[in-house]
Each structure stands twice: as structure tokens, then as C-alpha cells.
Design a protein around this ligand. Structure first.
Ligand SMILES: [Zn+2]
Length: 244
């Protein structure tokens, strides 16, 4: 079911011609995999998402093989507060340095170690289980250095891109849109079997508004948190589908 590529299969230690390295990390218990993206940014790099803590060794190794060394990471962006994306943020800052950034509405999740902080649909069983499954403990908690609002430019970090606020999956979900139309959407969309709106949506109305907002933008390829990259046209050709 939507099994992603195993770590290293895509990146093979090389950035794609576009300057994008894709690092796919396994998730526990058949939950599939999650993608982190390493982008060339001037003389350094920008990392989008950090995977689950249990995949730290693989992430560190992959970053090195892609050419990213301690001191060369300008910025790490968390697309939202879920622990399969924020799990190694604290370790990344400690080991590679650079600035940690995310939207203010999800910052509390990382700060207090509760993925359901601020969510409308708090499932209490998941609330207790997820941090253990993913391995998000007190040493994984962090306070971001920079809070990213809608429209924020990333040029000071060497990346010609801006932040697009896309609440729905969580209130603080953001995407990163580069000037050449590459869009890193976090968990707004997924491509497990086919491109679609994520099946886990916390606020359906907000997600609909986010999808409308994106439809008005010039987006070429979409790079999701889960599954392989796809073109925006592919998504708009089908009715968007999601869970309840
Ligand atoms: Zn996710």
C-alpha cells in the first residue's frame, strides 16, 4: 500500500539536475514512508522536513552523501508539526546547524511534544500512541528559531522561493513554492496510489480554501510528504479525493 522507495533509492547520493535531493525514510508499522527534500541554496542547502527520529542515522548519512555537511545547512523548514516530519529537527540543528523554521500555528506541537495541540479532531488513542510509535520524546522537542507566515521570502537563506500557508491537514501547514514552480506541499497532497488531497484532514473547509488558493498559482511539479512527485495538472484532472 503506497510503499515509498527505500532510503537512498531515489537520491543515490546525487542531487537531481534541478538541485533537489529526495530522501525517503521508512515509517514504523506499515505506515509507509516520508520524504525530506534537500535543495541547493546558494553556497549551502535548505532542508524541507526531517522525518521520524528512528530514521536519524539514515537521514544523517543521506545528507552527507548529497554533499550537505555540518555548517552548510542554511535553513530547515518544517511543513507542519507532525512528528514524522519534525522528528529530527532538534538533532539537525544540533549536528548540522542552521535555522529551524515553521509556521507559528504548529510550533506548539514541537514545543510540548503533542501532535494534536491545536487540532480540532484530537483522537485520544492516537494522541497517546503516536509519540511512542514515532519515537518523539523530550529530546526531540524544540522551539523554532524563525516563524514563517504566508508569503515569507526565503531569499535570505539562498532559496528563490516563498512560503504559502495551506491550513487543512493542520492549522500551521505550509508549502514552499520556488520561483520556477516547484511546490513542496508537505501533507496537503499525497501520492500513495495517485495524487490526491491528503486523507487526513483536520479542517475540511480550510483545506478546500487552501486547494482553491493553490489552483490560482503557477505550480509545475508537486513534491509531497508521502509518495512520489507529480505534476499539478495530474491533480486537477481528477476530482480531489480525501477522507471524511
Ligand atoms: Zn506526514
Amino acid at each position: 500500500m503506497g510503499r515509498g522507495k527505500t532510503a537512498g533509492e531515489v537520491s543515490e547520493g546525487m542531487l537531481l539536475d534541478l538541485g533537489i535531493g529526495i530522501i525517503t525514510l521508512p515509517l514504523p508499522l506499515g505506515m509507509g514512508s516520508v520524504n525530506c527534500y534537500l535543495l541547493r541554496a546558494g553556497d549551502g542547502y535548505v532542508l524541507i522536513d526531517t522525518g521520524p527520529p528512528k530514521a536519524w542515522d539514515v537521514l544523517g548519512r543521506e545528507l552527507h552523501s548529497l554533499g550537505c555537511k555540518p555548517g552548510s545547512l542554511n535553513l530547515t523548514i518544517l511543513t507542519h508539526g507532525d512528528f514524522d516530519h519534525t522528528g529530527n529537527a532538534a538533532s539537525i540543528r544540533n549536528t548540522f546547524g542552521g535555522t529551524l523554521a515553521m509556521h507559528p500555528a504548529d510550533a506548539r506541537m514541537a514545543e510540548i511534544g503533542d501532535m494534536f495541540a491545536g487540532r480540532k479532531r484530537a483522537n485520544f488513542i492516537l494522541r497517546a500512541l503516536v509519540p511512542r510509535l514515532i519515537g518523539f520524546g523530550t529530546s526531540e522537542r524544540f522551539i523554532p528559531d524563525v516563524l514563517l507566515e504566508d508569503g515569507a521570502s526565503l531569499s535570505e537563506y539562498g532559496l528563490k522561493a516563498r512560503v504559502i500557508s495551506i491550513p487543512g491537514h493542520s492549522e500551521g501547514s505550509i508549502g514552499i513554492l520556488t520561483v520556477d514552480g516547484h511546490f513542496f506541499c508537505g501533507d496537503m497532497f499525497e501520492n500513495r496510489k495517485k495524487p490526491a488531497v491528503n486523507s487526513l484532514i483536520d479542517d475540511r473547509d480550510a483545506a478546500d480554501r487552501s486547494a482553491e488558493k493553490l489552483a490560482a498559482l503557477k505550480i509545475g511539479m508537486v513534491y509531497p510528504g508521502h509518495g512520489t512527485a507529480f505534476s499539478m495538472d495530474e491533480l486537477s484532472e481528477r476530482p480531489t479525493q480525501g477522507g471524511p
